[in-house]
Structures are given as C-alpha cells and as structure tokens.
Design a protein around this ligand. Structure first.
Ligand code: MG
Length: 182
C-alpha cells in the first residue's frame, strides 16, 4: 500500500499563519469565514499574492501550527500499514522549511516528494492520497486513485462520495484497512 500524505491543510495549519498575516494588512478574515478553495477571490486577493504569501509563511515555519495534536502518532500508525510518502505541491524555495517542520513535529514518512502543481499528484504511483484540496481530489478520483479528504472548511462542498472524509488523521487508518481488504 503506497500512501501519499499532503502537508498544507492536512498536517500543517498554514492558513492559520496566513490569516494572522492577512488580518494585519487587509480586512479581517476568520477561518470560519472560509467556505471554498479559492475564497481569496471573494476578498479581491490576487491569486499570485495569495500563494506567494503562503510561501512566505513557510519562511517562519516554526510559527506554523500542526492541524491537530497527534500527527506524529497518526503518521506512525499509517506507516505500519504501508509506505507513507510526503507528497506536497509547492514552490521549490519552501521544501527545506517544510522538511524542518516535519522533523520538528515528528512526522513519520519514507520519501519526501515535491511537485510544482497539486494536480500533478494524481499521476504519481500511489494507492491512496490523503489531501484537503477538492481540485486535487477530483483529479485523483478521475485517475482511479483512492482519496481520503481531510476535512477543512474549503472542501465541505466536495460532492463525490468516493472521497472518504476524515476529521482526524488517525481516522485514515480504518479507511485504509478497508481499502486493503477490497
Ligand atoms: Mg493541501
């Protein structure tokens, strides 16, 4: 079983760091105000600026909180079920920051795989993707891959029930056991 584990929005709560930045320089946005993947459009935030600011947040990687308290344990349990690789779409300049963050939080994985665009992930040779992006999930399902969707306000409307929603990373364990049985 080859498991691809995403970082932003699944392990790392980078939007938390971005909101702190945003709320200093623009209109205040709360995480609970976010209801779609491209929420920044609604606030007239330029796409390039948004992604550039997310990358900049990673420069202060120590300030990025994990999404939940048990990512080290959950990643360890997942690693007992198969090969867990970190598969993350991002700007090249942020890979070292992400690797440092993963180490600091004791995330267990085999390989670190960086891609430029999220939709490239679906082409990679994994059985299961754990991701929070509705756009990635759509392309993964279209490629015949299993998707475990990590619950976030920006993916609540994802309509395809083939993607199994989890609220905590450890909930992926039972879903992967079931995929293994089929
Ligand atoms: Mg993500």
């Amino acid at each position: 079983m080859r498991i691809a584990l995403d970082v932003d929005g699944v392990l790392a709560d980078v939007i938390h760091a971005w909101l702190i930045y945003n709320n200093k320089v623009r209109t205040t946005i709360l995480k609970s105000d976010i209801s779609e993947w491209d929420f920044w459009r609604k606030y007239n935030i330029n796409k390039f600026d948004f992604y550039e600011e997310l990358s900049r947040c990673w420069k202060s990687w120590k300030d990025i909180p994990p999404t939940e308290t048990n990512i080290s344990y959950a990643s360890g349990e997942l690693s007992k079920m198969g090969t867990v690789d970190i598969v993350t779409a991002r700007e090249n300049s942020t890979h070292d920051d992400v690797k440092n963050w993963l180490k600091m939080h004791g995330v267990m994985f085999k390989n670190y795989v960086g891609v430029a665009e999220g939709t490239e992930k679906a082409k990679l040779d994994y059985d299961v993707f754990i991701d929070d992006s509705p756009i990635n999930a759509e392309s993964m399902l279209a490629s015949g891959k299993s998707v475990i969707l990590y619950n976030q306000p920006w993916n609540l409307d994802f309509p395809d029930p083939r993607a199994k929603r989890i609220y905590e990373l450890k909930n992926a364990i039972d879903i992967i056991s079931e995929i293994n049985r089929n």
